[in-house]
Ligand binder design. Structure first.
Ligand code: 6R9
Length: 656
């Protein structure tokens, strides 16, 4: 629900930014598109006749087993692309490269946090994926069944994803930082039959006990029949007889070959959960052909994939960025992916830069929050290392503040690497607005121009177009191949959230404005979703978790600007009558929320209050709380407030 005023999300520094960086000549010379006019021509024709455009893209970039009968259908907010065709994603990511000169090229170079390194050629990755697919088959899984993946960032996570796609099993990857309760809810909602996990993972020098968390989640789920456990840390874990299998033991018993099966274009590929405006995360369902096409072509054009690149997207595969730009996009393009398991600053703050230099990484795609924490750590760490292999930098996850952009450009990119600021969402599947490097001038903080076939528009609440550089709601005019098809099990919610807010347009939930040159500037969320370190969290989701705490009567959560994380979490809490504030309560509530959702949801500030400001109809006035959390004062309109004494009490609390 779009209920925040746009003014609240506008970021001052972005509105004043007017620096412009011309494309680097040397980079442009080797870029796939000749110049900006070529982009413009291709873009215009993609908008004029999207079916023709996507059809050509699909035929050029993907291998289909059977060609489509028709390109596109849109009925009752259900999109179908490449109707009647069959293909297989793992075939596109593996077999076609194994059958080419890329057979012995590195597909994956992986470094563990303790420093162990493993490399898989395309041939080796292909072999591992086939064995893993056979594990799934031998456990009785067939196309359409669901598998959960709850793993550290290790090669087996990628292998498991690709193995699922090989036989049409739908994966749902749950980020390893999520709690057992979150894992449980996701397994239950999607009805997974199998769970891939590991005994543990390394993070900041300690072991994250993933199997223990998984066991806890499984106490309250009934659909999981088997658990496949990777031995990563050699942590002692409980293995339940008849249910749990060690990956290394069970895989040794499998046949080595597993053909990729032809799947229809709209065969469900994965479900990925993301926070929305209600307490319940949404399971976005992506399908086969359209998604792969989006991941493939955006990776190719926006990251300028070359045969010799070592490409590193730092996201975890538990997020959409990890799906599209660690696994499917780069592998479909036959690129070499670099993957790192652990914390960016372990054992020393220079870990990222050391790995870039050690592995000669050419392309780095990371989040503004990471960039800001590197700035805080000091320039000596990147300056200690030879970063000359880098030729392209990307960012994603939240608006990048111009200062961070400039630092990234100067200290990391040495002013020679284009910065590709990609705006997109779990729902959009792949990048939507981003500069085509080498041919577009960039402006710090702007995601610039739309990708081919994507028509973003800025609308006002009534559906009319925002004028000039007036801010408004960022919407997308027509369906595109790589968008999510539905919310798993709740198509009505999908329709309502994305297509009914402003009838006939895809509603992104972001505010934006366009400058005189048509560049898009994303201003952040306009709904009750906050963006903490580039990760989406629903305020309602945190609130619903908090109110399960035995001492809490009511809770309202708002975001406030945070210099590193983008946004921080402030929870306003009223206690049950019988409860008293004591010195442990804040910590206890924090731990409780982390246990319910995961470490991402840990509040930065908890404020106890006697009452929450509400309207006469009983709605919490988050706008006032946001103002208070951000500026320390409330100046906004309070006429709809029911009980004015609440404000006085809130102000008093703030001065504590
Ligand atoms: C890919 C991803 C989506 C939300 C999105 C927006 C914010 C992402 C951004 C950006 C400004 C960018 N966002 N990229 N805002 N500039 N380049 O992050 O997906 O986790 O679903 O988050 O993130 O607010 O609506 P997801």
């Amino acid at each position: 629900m779009a209920n925040n005023e746009l003014a609240e999300v506008s970021i001052d520094s972005l509105l004043k930014e007017n620096r412009k960086f011309l494309p680097n000549k040397k980079f442009s010379e080797n870029y796939i598109l000749k110049d900006y006019n070529t982009y413009k021509r291709m873009y215009n024709s993609s908008i004029k006749d999207p079916k023709k455009f996507w059809e050509k893209m699909a035929a050029t970039h993907l291998v289909f087993f059977k060609k489509w009968r028709s390109v596109f259908k849109w009925k009752d907010y259900k999109a179908e692309w490449f109707i009647g065709a069959t293909l297989n994603i793992s075939y596109n990511c593996l077999d076609r490269h194994v059958n080419s000169d890329r057979k012995n090229k590195a597909a994956l170079i992986w470094e563990g946090e303790p420093g162990d390194v493993k490399t898989y050629t395309y041939q080796q990755l292909y072999s591992e994926v086939m064995i893993c697919a056979n594990m799934l088959k031998s456990l009785g899984l067939v196309a359409g069944d669901k598998a959960a993946i709850y793993m550290p960032l290790i090669p087996e996570a990628m292998i498991a994803m690709l193995a699922c796609t090989r036989i049409g099993v739908v994966h749902t990857v749950v980020f390893g930082g999520f709690s057992s309760n979150s894992l449980r809810d996701r397994i239950q909602d999607s009805g997974c039959k199998i769970l891939f996990t590991a005994d543990g993972g390394f993070r900041k020098g300690s072991v994250v006990k993933m199997k223990e968390m998984a066991d806890e989640a499984l106490l309250e789920t009934s659909t999981i029949k088997n658990v496949i456990v990777v031995k990563r840390t050699s942590e002692k874990v409980n293995m339940k007889t008849g249910r749990d299998l060690w990956w290394h033991e069970y895989s040794a018993k499998q046949a080595k070959v597993c053909e990729a099966i032809p799947l229809s274009s709209e065969h469900p590929l994965f479900i990925l959960y993301t926070s929305g405006t209600t307490g319940k995360p949404k399971g976005l369902l992506h399908t086969t052909a359209g998604y792969l096409l989006g991941a493939t072509v955006t990776t190719k054009y926006l990251f300028d994939i070359k045969e010799t690149d070592i490409y590193w997207c730092t996201a975890d595969v538990g997020w959409i960025t990890g799906h599209s730009y660690v696994v499917y996009g780069p592998l479909s393009n036959g690129a070499t992916v670099f993957m790192y398991e652990g914390a960016p600053t372990f054992p020393e703050p220079d870990r990222f830069w050391k790995m870039i230099s050690d592995h000669k990484v050419t392309t780095l795609y990371t989040a503004p929050t990471a960039i800001r924490s590197f700035i805080r750590l000091g320039n000596e760490y990147p300056l200690k290392h030879d970063l000359s292999s880098l030729r392209l930098l990307g960012t994603v996850g939240e608006p990048i503040n111009p200062e961070a952009w400039i630092w990234y450009n100067e200290v990391i990119g040495k002013k020679k690497c284009p910065i590709v600021d990609t705006w997109w969402q779990t729902e959009t599947g792949a990048a939507m607005i981003a500069p085509f490097p080498g041919i577009m001038a960039t402006k710090p903080g702007s995601a610039t121009n739309p990708f081919f076939g994507i028509e973003p528009v800025i609308l006002k609440k009534d559906g009319t177009k925002a004028k000039g550089n007036e801010g408004g709601y960022l919407c997308i005019k027509n369906p595109w191949p790589y968008m999510a098809r539905t919310i798993y099990g709740d198509h009505d919610r999908y329709k309502k959230t994305y297509w009914k807010e402003i009838e006939g347009h895809y509603f992104t939930g972001d505010g934006a404005h366009q400058d005189k040159e048509g560049y898009f500037w994303i201003m952040g969320r306009v709904d009750d979703v906050i963006n903490v370190s580039g990760h989406r969290l629903g305020t309602m989701e945190i609130e619903s978790a908090a109110v399960h705490h035995p001492s809490i009567a009511e809770c309202a959560v708002v975001g406030r600007p945070d210099p590193i994380k983008g946004q921080g979490i402030v929870a306003f809490i009223t206690l049950k009558k019988s409860e008293k504030v004591n010195s442990h309560l804040k910590e206890d509530i924090s731990k409780f929320i982390v246990k319910e959702i995961g470490t991402l949801a840990r509040p930065d500030d908890i404020r106890f209050t006697e009452a929450l400001p509400k309207t006469r109809s009983g709605k919490i006035m988050r706008r006032l709380l946001r103002e208070l959390a951000t500026t320390g004062v409330i100046k906004g309109d309070t006429t709809t407030l029911e009980d004015f004494s609440v404000l006085e009490k809130l102000r008093e609390k703030d001065e504590d």
